[in-house]
Design a protein around this ligand. Structure first.
Ligand code: SAH
Length: 401
């Protein structure tokens, strides 16, 4: 039996159901748990706290599977977790063929992300599951998890996109490939809010599509009618297509990935939109925003959805300057009454700091900006109250005077 015993008073966060055990909270480890092995976590006085997965190489030394003393960690456990996650999505997520089925800690499966693309009617009726295994525990139980996923969803196709640098912290190599069923098609089609998107699960970013921005794309769709739209960091055109669907007069989109822009243009075709309404700029966003401003371009609606500028706490200062830079120019590019949709997906930048950065940008741009709405990921990205670390995507919808 592998037992992790905590130092005195280090049980408090687990009693509040926070799912991580840090290395410095541990007094001793009995047994020789292999990476990903199940350990029992006990308080200094010997009380049972949790069953957890052991990560010998990470500062997050164990991740909790269950706080229930009577719940063994076995194939049935993983099946129950997937069933619970699926029931939640079926009840709560609508109008989409791209769903986050498993969102790590919030679904009781720490270190696991699974997105489900379910609507590629032509090529693959039951769709495609795409997984990222980011901790030793889920890595060790990969087979059980894949079985649970295919059985519970009825989707036979599972592809792995564990090409994420965070695996290094767990002593794991990056890996991609088919875990079950067929090789994924070159691109599959996922519909979201009535818009068709091509998704390349093998070579696209993350699992192929930014599922987390669904509600925000819908919001842009709502407000795009008749407007000139600028979508910065557009990837495969998520917000751009939503704006076109919503009746935007003109959409200018910027991304530094030519491949993503090719897919974006295929998406315009797939939806039968008028290609003349869309301009795609393969360029650096920082420079291009400034150039557009200098050239006197102005827009009624601007979207800023950059990649993660702060990978960790050490990068917060530099990232803050980068966020400020794009938001400053974003504000300056707006016509009076214009809307700014601005996001940060850096977990290290909390919503309060993000709002401060944006406020600073508005001040420097000399505009009166009002926050109309605070924004975040969709309901398929739940946030455990005990685990605020799970929040990463935040955004603001602002209007200038
Ligand atoms: N809004 C998108 C997701 C954006 S992901 C959606 O809804 O699908 C961030 C994008 O920023 C990526 O496509 C990446 O290629 C692009 N990117 C990163 N650095 C960039 C830069 N300096 N200039 C322009 N684009 C950049």
């Amino acid at each position: 039996m592998n037992i992790v015993t905590l130092k005195p008073s280090k049980e408090k966060s687990l009693l509040r159901r926070h799912p991580w055990v840090y290395a410095n909270a541990i007094d001793r480890v009995d047994g020789k748990p292999a990476p990903g092995a199940t350990v029992i976590v006990r308080a200094a006085d010997g009380r049972f706290l949790a069953r957890a997965a052991y990560s010998p190489h990470s500062q997050i030394r164990a991740r909790v599977w269950s706080f229930d003393e009577n719940e063994p960690i076995d194939h049935a456990f993983f099946k129950r977790r997937v069933q619970r996650a699926l029931a939640h999505r079926q009840a709560m997520v609508h109008n989409t063929g791209a769903v986050r089925l498993i969102f790590g800690e919030a679904d009781g499966l720490p270190g696991l992300i699974v997105d489900w693309y379910t609507e590629d009617v032509a090529q693959n009726a039951r769709g495609q599951l795409v997984c990222q295994f980011m901790a030793a525990g889920v890595e060790a139980w990969k087979e059980a998890i894949v079985n649970a996923l295919t059985q519970v969803t009825g989707c036979p196709n599972v592809y792995e996109r564990s090409d994420v640098s965070i695996r290094q912290k767990e002593g794991l190599e990056q890996i991609t490939g088919v875990l079950a069923g067929d090789e994924p098609p070159e691109t599959l089609i996922a519909s979201e809010n009535g818009v068709r998107y091509h998704v390349d699960v093998r070579n696209g970013h993350k699992t192929g599509f930014y599922v987390d921005q669904r509600d925000n794309r819908a919001l842009v769709q709502t407000y795009a009618d008749g407007r000139d739209v600028l979508n910065c960091f557009c990837y495969t055109g998520g917000f751009s297509l939503a704006a076109m669907k919503g009746g935007a007069k003109r959409v200018v989109s910027i991304d530094s990935s030519g491949e993503a822009l090719n897919t974006a243009q295929k998406n315009v075709q797939a939806n039968g939109f008028d290609a003349e309404r869309a301009t795609w700029l393969d360029a650096d966003a920082f420079k291009t925003l400034r150039r557009l401003h200098e050239e006197g371009e102005r827009f009624d609606l601007v979207v800023l959805d950059p990649p993660k500028f702060a990978a960790s706490k050490e990068h917060v200062d530099r990232a803050s300057r980068a966020y400020k830079d794009i938001n400053l120019t974003g504000f300056k590019l707006l016509r009076p009454g214009g809307l700014l949709f601005t996001y940060s997906c850096s977990g290290a930048i909390d919503p309060e700091l993000f709002q401060k950065i944006v406020a600073g940008a508005a001040a420097d741009a000399k505009v009166d900006a009002r926050i109309l709405k605070r924004l975040g990921a969709g309901v398929d990205h739940p946030l455990l109250t005990a685990f605020p670390e799970g929040e990463y995507l935040k955004g603001l919808l602002l209007q200038i005077a």
